[in-house]
Design a protein around this ligand. Structure first.
Ligand code: TRP
Ligand code: SF4
Length: 362
């Protein structure tokens, strides 16, 4: 129940993903791992939202894709260890208060401000195929809807990747504006970026150079971004064969033709991925042998593929467990959504009261 004494000093965290595709290892290192780790912290009440409404903003003409991916993303969550007993998993579209809040917040944001949001700006530029020359009202306004998601749950902590920072900032502005006009009502959120756990894994790829921790994980082809359309990502649900095939096709130091050519692991994606999946001592050996021309690329890739397969094996097994029990999936979503609805209703009541919209309340 909301308002329980023991909940009073708990902070809430809210985060989510658009169900537009299966999740890949970039998501894993970027945020999933962090969410699983946060589950041990009793001072936080956690919510994870499958953002189907937001997914529709640029997939409005493909509802089946969104629906199918709701279940794929849920399976990804469960398979990495997001535990529905510890984290409330819910569906955005099933909490209509979020849409209602979006309408009220939309008065507090200008078009110019939305157009300046760097995340939205980049996305619009990338989505010319969807929007043509003029972006929809819904897509331009999704930061407003995201502010509704966060504030409906008084989500003080928002664990996200770096790309989401402009959205959190926009949410904070909406909160301040709302509170200044209608009185103190909403909680200002803070972003929680993926932290040192990643740094530890990433340091020492070449025994020295330090990879930056909040950056996205690059694709197997060296592209800054990992994605389905680019074909350069390893999905959490990939089979052993798919993983091996993808690793064998990864971009290596182009200067190495023969095994005894001296290599440069700094420009090799296989070395980069060893940094994520291979233990630090072995990473040092990989880089050293590569530089000295004592290591063949094929063997190096095989070693990497084996390490990735091993790391993802428990994830694949857990996924299989849930795939074989689809009734559990609906049960998890229904229970989580019920809990989310209660909290959103409570926020809505406060918001409407302060906006003088509480007509029939006694
Ligand atoms: N924008 C997020 C993404 O691109 C999804 C999302 C929707 C979200 N609502 C949120 C993230 C609220 C954090 C908090 O995947
Ligand atoms: Fe990359 Fe390994 Fe080949 Fe060196 S030996 S270039 S690290 S694949």
């Amino acid at each position: 129940m909301i308002g329980d004494g023991d909940m009073a000093d708990k902070k809430r965290s809210l985060t989510g993903d658009r169900p537009t595709g299966r999740l890949h290892i970039g998501h894993y290192f970027g945020s999933l791992q962090n969410r699983v780790k946060m589950q041990d912290d009793d001072s936080i009440e956690r919510f994870v939202m499958i953002a189907d409404v937001q997914a529709l903003t640029d997939n409005f003409n493909n509802p089946q894709k969104v629906r199918d991916n709701v279940y794929q993303v849920l399976l990804d969550y469960l398979s990495v260890g997001i535990d529905p007993e510890k984290t409330t998993i819910f569906l955005q579209s099933m909490v209509p208060e979020l849409a209602e809040l979006t309408v009220y917040y939309s008065n507090l944001v200008t078009i110019a401000r939305l157009e300046r949001n760097p995340t939205v700006k980049t996305e619009i530029a990338q989505k010319k195929d969807v929007f043509g020359e003029s972006v929809t009202y819904g897509f331009l306004g999704y930061p407003v809807s995201q502010a509704a998601d966060i504030t409906a749950f008084e989500g003080e902590l928002v664990p996200v990747g770096e790309d989401q920072l402009p959205l959190i900032e926009q949410c904070r502005e909406i909160v301040r504006k709302f509170n200044s006009i209608y009185g103190d009502t909403l909680v200002e959120p803070k972003a929680v970026l993926p932290e040192s756990a990643n740094e530890r894994r990433l340091v020492g790829i070449d025994g020295g150079a330090k990879m930056s921790l909040n950056k996205r994980i690059k694709g197997l082809d060296g592209n800054e971004k990992m994605g389905k359309s680019l074909g350069n990502a390893i999905y959490l649900s990939d089979s052993e064969e798919e993983i091996t095939k993808k690793v064998m096709g990864a971009v290596t130091d182009p200067g190495r033709i023969k095994k005894d050519d001296l290599g440069n692991p700094d420009i090799c994606m296989v070395a980069y991925y060893h940094g994520l999946f291979t233990n630090p001592e072995d990473v040092k050996i990989v880089c050293q042998e590569c530089r000295e021309g004592k290591r063949g690329c094929v063997a190096c890739k095989k070693q990497l593929a084996a390490n990735i397969i091993k790391k993802l094996e428990p994830i694949r097994e857990k996924r299989k467990y849930y795939e074989e029990r689809p009734e559990l999936l609906d049960e998890i979503l229904i229970n989580g959504t019920k809990k989310a609805q209660e909290i959103a209703k409570e926020t809505m009541r406060k918001v409407k009261a302060n906006m003088k919209l509480n007509y029939f309340d006694k």
